[in-house]
Ligand binder design. Sequence first.
Ligand code: DGL
Length: 266
Amino acid sequence: MIIFFDSGVGGLPYFQYFRQNNPAESLVYIADRINFPYGKKTKQEIIYILVSFFEKLIYQFQPKLVVLACNTASVSALSTLRETFPHIPWIGTVPAIKPAIIESRSHCVGVLGTDRTIDDPYITELAEKYSADTKIIRIPAPDIVEFVEERFFKANDAEKQTIVSPYIKKFRHAGADAVVLGCTHFLLLQSVFRVVAAPDIKIYDSIAGVSHRIETVLDEKGVRDKIGEIPAECRLILTGAAPIEQKWLKWALDLATEVSVLHEKP
Ligand code: DGL
């Protein structure tokens, strides 16, 4: 079993991409909606939530690998989780800044994320590591995170463009020709980002990179499941008592064979 984890629906594009390419693997996706949004919490709060939740999840699922499909959780807690549970291979999700810096011709790269991710020194360290002469424009977009979690499934195309456009306008105005989607929630709007950003700004995400990294680690450890060996399970688990909308449920069931709700606070 592989666990994919996010504060909500943001990690689902990662889960979906990996599942399409690796149908033999059993997966469980956990959306920690009761603690959503992570982006407004402190690093310490996020570490506390994740360490206590993963104590239970690891006991329950005995995962062979865990994917933190959440940039905020990864920049805040990945190193602590690795230290606390050293027998588990952890794969984090971090903004794809490196390719954006390498390919940017204007030497100006935009990074869009949650407040927590944008504030983390990790972004500065990455920028300094790959190019000290590239200007990094960091903008937090908590309203897009909220929109995706709460309204994405009922929103029309015009509403989606309206939420994305002001951010691209700011990056364009600042001279960026590359924008990194540094929050997994934004991936549900990636086609809208690409339309609004064309033709002068390229959008970067980490979906293929993360999926490839999972496959590499499974191969290195020799723990890949083979098709037909055991039927692959695919579950979605949501924390919190919020009712699930029918439209959401239909979409979720297309992704997973089973959806369950964990009603108590984990
Ligand atoms: N999906 C999360 C990320 O990638 C953040 C959403 C939240 O604020 O909970 O950063």
